[in-house]
Design a protein around this ligand. Sequence first.
Ligand code: HEC
Length: 137
Amino acid sequence: MLFFVLGISCSEEAKECSDVKKNISQPLNPNGDSELALLMRAMFDEAQQIKEQIANGKPVSLSLDHEKILTAHATEPEKAASEEFQAFATLYLKTIENLQKASPEKAIKLYDNMVDNCMSCHKALCPGPIVRIKKLR
Ligand code: HEC
């Protein structure tokens, strides 16, 4: 059972975690999406919005509580509790903070930094969604 659950979120085969799960109608079903997985999906959507805001020369405005990344319940709780995860998550929160304060000229570079951040945590801990994350570039 544990291995089954691990397979869903981060394994190479489940490259498109979200697409695989689209058909699950109850997001909080115990075998369905964790709080962290739902947050990640919202982060993905928000990143797309940020990209658009920057492309239109608008100030970056965030709607999510990104801090939740530190505490959200994960499919593999021991992974999210690891020092490695917490370190990547703290770095991610810094880039988000910088991005929010950035002038429009700097925002593009900081946006790229943010996507790099998504990537480095995923390369280390959760390779499955990397293909999707690349599309944010
Ligand atoms: C600190 C590490 C870390 C960072 C930073 C991070 N992720 Fe994740 N991400 C994870 C982990 C771990 C999971 C698996 C969550 C679970 O299943 O509980 C995940 C899951 C996902 C998923 C799959 C969700 C699903 O439907 O199952 C997507 C998509 C995703 N992340 C996108 C992103 C994007 C986009 C960013 C940057 C804006 C990002 N991640 C930043 C660790 C991270």
